[in-house]
Design a protein around this ligand. Structure first.
Ligand code: F6R
Length: 608
């Protein structure tokens, strides 16, 4: 969603802000802007709807200055146009602010400010902040921000500058991420570290209630009452090349192809061959507490929810622990019951998804222990959860989540192994799972080798307007994930179902123009899925099967087949999802879609 960047230092700010915004493009946006201060009492704001390249075209070539702020906007209040783009300024144009989040009481605030003579130029909730801070301003921006923060209801990550305070930026965080980057004689502020990674590895993650003031040499963090808050300086462990395309045409393709390595990283140091179990350091639970767990509840949204669904099958089958997966967006408002013997997980690649974060807080309020499974180090969910696991996928830049999904699964498999080994699972059975997990990177690499074949299939089918994705058991959530991937990046309508469910309704959709993608591993449900496939064929439906090398029966029935290597049946979600990621990817490319930044979507959804 919206991105924020700020700079203070000796270099020309314009270029650093534009570069930072470029790095934030992956979050999804529809307009952008910057405000640069010349250091002698003037600030200049330039903004427009469209992409960073559009902004570059209207930025005056002589826009010089050594401090400034920038923003990429993903519209919530008000249409996509130049006026609604950030930065927003007060009436004088001397104070500029960029904002991520939502100001819930902006209508009341706006009315009051208008009655006092403030003139608004946009339809956004954010503009109210510029006027409000300005109305409190009497020579010290930091004080004004501290006076305003308690009056604002909603969420915000803001940074602002004032023409009369050259070389200073003030930031505040409440619910939307803000990170401070400490350089050598220069300071950065941003909504995520990717915007500043080219310049510094030293960061401070701000927390809700923090106010920060920076100039090129120093920073100070405090609360609204002006109490100093000491913050820990942390190091970014991602490499710059990880947020670059590395020879691939898109981030999505790069991330799909990184999966053998990202899966391996999610296992590093966690599999214990001596005891045939897994160790997950960050759980913060003793063996006794783990043994007392009678049920597991997993909360997530989107792709992360599909990983949760796979785990719900896995925990019950392997660890014999009842497990449910629930949509984060629903949990928060259903007044969830927290059982004493239940362990809760939230899963989130970004660690910032509002639905998941608010669900977690609601569960914690009711006394739940909530563990996080996240990718982005230092993001809000890992900071606020009671413990958890980082999946170490490396930055996932493409909006469509791919490598994070398979790494989330690895973490969930590891937890299952740990819990099962503490209960009924024998050493030999544990070892079998462990060894199979270890073989995953190699197996996934074999699946990736089918990319060209899948591209040909995409060329054959990408003109279809509707698809069905069908799977069972552990692979039912994978079917949902395949449908989600296809619709979000190719804009082709797709639905996922349990293959068994089609005769209860969806089979009415079958005709020769609606292809079905069947997931048919050689597991105990194979025969049943083959029957479902025959039902579709009998109604003239076209079938693409994702099946196991050597399955001649499936090959003889389906119109087209993608084979994955034969494996332990628990591993098929990993092997089945990769061809679906590739299929969606190739369809989207053939249809000329913007694969990395699909329309209307944002990477980290920080509003409900
Ligand atoms: C799909 C996708 C989204 C996210 C969802 C949750 O490709 O990327 O559905 O999975 O917005 O995001 P996280 O995992 O960051 O909480």
């Amino acid at each position: 969603m919206c991105g924020i960047v700020g700079y203070c230092g000796p270099r020309p700010a314009t270029e650093i802000l534009l570069e930072g915004l470029k790095r934030l493009e992956y979050r999804g946006y529809d307009s952008a802007g910057i405000c640069v201060g010349d250091g002698v009492g003037a600030i200049t704001t330039v903004k427009c709807k469209g992409k960073i390249r559009d902004l570059r075209e209207i930025v005056p070539s002589d826009l010089a200055g050594n401090f400034g702020i920038g923003h990429t906007r993903w519209a919530t209040h008000g249409e996509v146009n130049d006026a609604n783009a950030h930065p927003h300024t007060d009436c004088s144009g001397n104070l500029a602010v960029v904002h991520n989040g939502i100001i819930e009481n902006y209508t009341v605030l706006k009315k009051k400010l208008e009655s006092e003579g403030h003139v608004f130029r946009s339809e956004t909730d954010s503009e109210v902040l510029a006027h409000l801070i300005s109305s409190f301003y009497s020579g010290d921006l930091e004080t004004a921000v501290k006076q305003v923060a308690p009056l604002v209801k909603g969420t915000f990550g803001i940074i602002c500058v004032h023409a009369d305070e050259p070389g200073r930026i003030v930031g505040a965080r409440n619910g939307s991420p803000l990170v401070l980057g400490i350089g050598n004689g220069e300071m950065f502020l941003a909504s995520d570290v990717t915007a500043m990674m080219a310049y510094t590895r030293q960061v401070v993650y701000l927390e809700d209630g923090d106010i920060v003031v920076v100039d090129s040499e120093s920073y100070r963090t405090s609360d609204v009452k002006d109490n100093n808050i000491e913050k820990k300086i942390e190091s970014i462990d991602w490499e710059l090349q990880e947020i670059e395309k590395g020879g691939f045409p898109t981030f999505m393709e790069k991330e799909i192809f990184e999966q053998p390595q990202s899966i391996e990283r999610a296992m590093q140091g966690r599999l214990d061959r001596e005891l045939a179990t897994a160790h997950l350091g960050g759980l913060n639970l003793s063996s006794k507490q783990l043994l007392n767990i009678e049920r597991v509840k997993i909360v997530a949204i989107g792709t992360s929810y599909h990983a949760a669904m796979v785990a719900s099958y896995l925990f019950e089958t392997v660890a014999r622990i009842p497990c449910t997966a629930e949509l984060a967006s629903e949990v928060r408002y259903k007044n969830p019951v927290v059982e004493k013997d239940a362990l809760h997980f939230v899963i989130s690649q970004s660690g910032e998804t509002a639905d998941t974060l608010y669900a977690m807080r609601e569960l914690q309020r009711k006394g739940a222990t909530v563990l996080g499974i996240c990718n982005v180090v230092g993001s809000t969910i890992p900071r606020e959860s009671d413990g958890g696991v980082y999946i170490h996928s490396g930055p996932e830049i493409a909006v469509a989540s791919t490598k994070a999904f398979t790494s989330q699964l690895v973490a969930l498999y590891e937890f299952t192994l740990l819990m099962a080994r503490m209960r009924h699972l024998s050493f030999e059975e544990g070892m079998l799972i462990l060894e199979n997990l270890e073989s995953l990177p190699g197996l996934v690499a074999q699946v990736l080798a089918s990319s060209d074949k899948i591209q040909k299939l995409a060329a054959k089918y990408c003109q279809a307007t509707d698809f069905l994705f069908l799977g069972r058991g552990l692979n039912y959530p994978v079917a949902l994930e395949g449908a989600l991937k296809l619709k979000e990046i190719s804009y082709i309508h797709a639905e996922g179902f349990s293959a068994a469910e089609i005769k209860h309704g969806p089979i009415a959709l079958i005709n020769e123009a609606t292809p079905s993608i069947f997931l048919i591993p050689d597991d105990r449900l194979r025969e049943k899925v083959i029957s479902n496939m025959k039902e579709v064929k009998a109604r003239e439906g076209k079938v693409i099967a994702v099946s196991v090398t050597g399955d001649d029966e499936v090959e003889s029935i389906a119109d087209d087949v993608v084979f994955v290597p034969r494996a332990h049946e628990l591993l098929y979600p990993f092997l089945m999802v990769v061809p679906l990621q590739l299929f969606a990817y190739h369809c989207a490319r053939l249809l000329n879609r913007n694969v990395d930044q699909p329309r209307n979507l944002a990477k980290s959804v920080t509003v409900e």
